[in-house]
Ligand binder design. Structure first.
Ligand SMILES: Cc1ncc(COP(=O)(O)O)c(C=O)c1O
Length: 383
């Protein structure tokens, strides 16, 4: 008999989702305005500790708009994590700017602050109107760290770099809602930040995104751009080219219910991580991701390195073997400097991300995973 499948990371809908969606249907408020959109925005802003939140149709759209409102212009450059899901790097290209890919650091796999600082100091020069990359001759406008896998980047050095060189600091916190850096929520550390509520994230709205900022003007402009840049809703007068990026009330209704459960969902993720950390600690060749002393990770997607020489199997073989038993695992993303989609963009000393991609595998981490299913995953790895 084949075993029941264990997915990688699926939604956990166990609260008021049904009630709130029914309310949308009962009241006929199903589309892109409605009280749940406002409530969702308020809930996220309050949780993260920002003055404003603007909902968007997904995290990628939120990133696109965050880049626009923070003043990134065509032919500018944005320093961005090399080891990331592709969305933030694509969003930089949507605005006609160029990514400069910065390596991951080896300890917690986040964007390397030392390499950012080296790049800005050694490879760039100040000119009258900003900092310029000597190699490309382009202006460096922003830093876009991606907090991957539920763990925060080391933000203080990035905040200092942004301040020193007058750069915008845009956090991609899509995978890390609820994570803290030195006690402060990711999303509240830079000038503007984005979240995703895609189905595999710590909370979901079916799909959806949000940007948060303390800047009144940026927030107003983000709302304007996400709603087709409408100046006069009666006469259909649009001041510029905007986007249809608004979240629907039905999605926001799910998001509001999920926000009510966010802390318990994060607790569940932490319990899952504790089990993996305990059970895998003594398996030779298996080296799980760690947590920095200054971090409170949400452990969104538990990931481990596999040393094939010591473990006797590489992460691909492990993935295949577990798949045969119905267990879904996943490698980390191809580093962006190897991505055909971004061929030719500048990559700054990207060595660590390649090694992490070669050896890392993410394990089932759904908040609702049954204890016996997690035991099955562990047993398949321990052998
Ligand atoms: C780091 C990161 N940024 C951005 C996104 C894009 O979010 P969305 O899928 O909601 O567009 C995702 C995931 O989906 C992500 O993992």
């Amino acid at each position: 008999m084949s075993e029941t499948p264990i997915p990688l990371c699926v939604p956990h809908l166990a609260g008021n989702e049904w009630l709130y969606v029914k309310e949308c249907l009962d009241t006929n408020w199903v589309s892109s305005v409605g009280l749940f959109v406002d409530r969702f925005e308020r809930a996220v802003a309050d949780y993260v500790g920002c003055r404003h939140a603007v909902a968007a149709v997904n995290g990628t759209a939120a990133l696109h708009v965050a880049l626009l409102v923070s003043g990134v212009a065509p032919e500018d450059e944005v320093l961005v994590s090399d080891l990331t899901f592709i969305a933030p790097v694509n969003a930089i290209r949507y605005v006609g700017a160029w990514p400069v890919l910065i390596d991951a650091e080896p300890d917690h796999w986040q964007m390397d602050p030392q390499k950012i600082s080296d790049f800005l100091e050694l490879e760039c020069e100040p000119r009258r109107d900003g900092l310029y990359n000597r190699l490309t001759g382009r202006r460096v406008k922003a830093i876009l760290p991606v907090h991957i896998l539920g763990h925060p980047c080391d933000m203080d050095p990035l905040i200092e770099c942004a301040r020193r060189y007058g750069l915008s600091l845009i956090e991609d916190a899509s995978e890390s809602l609820g994570a803290r850096y030195k006690g402060r929520h990711v999303g509240s550390l830079g000038h503007i930040a984005c979240f995703s509520f895609n189905g595999n994230k710590v909370i979901t709205a079916g799909g959806g995104g949000m940007l948060v900022t303390d800047d009144d003007e940026w927030a107003a402009r983000a709302k304007y751009l996400t709603t087709q840049a409408k100046d006069d809703a009666v006469e259909f007068i649009h001041g510029e080219i905007g986007y249809n990026y608004r979240l629907t009330n039905v999605q926001a209704a799910i998001g509001v219910a999920q926000m009510e459960d966010l802390d318990s969902l994060i607790d569940a993720k932490r319990r899952i991580a504790d089990v993996y950390l305990r059970e895998l600690a003594s398996v030779p060749g298996v080296q799980p991701m760690g947590q920095a002393p200054w971090a409170a990770s949400t452990w969104w997607l538990f990931t481990t390195l596999i040393n094939p020489q010591v473990y006797g199997e590489d992460r691909r073989a492990l993935h295949m073997r577990l798949a045969q038993g119905g267990i879904t695992t996943r490698p980390l993303w191809q580093p962006m400097h190897l991505s055909p989609a971004h061929r030719g963009v500048q990559a700054y000393r990207c060595e660590v991300s390649e090694r992490l991609h070669r050896d890392a595998v993410s394990l089932p981490s759904s908040a609702g995973i049954a204890a016996e299913d997690q035991r099955r995953v562990v047993a398949s790895i321990v052998r």
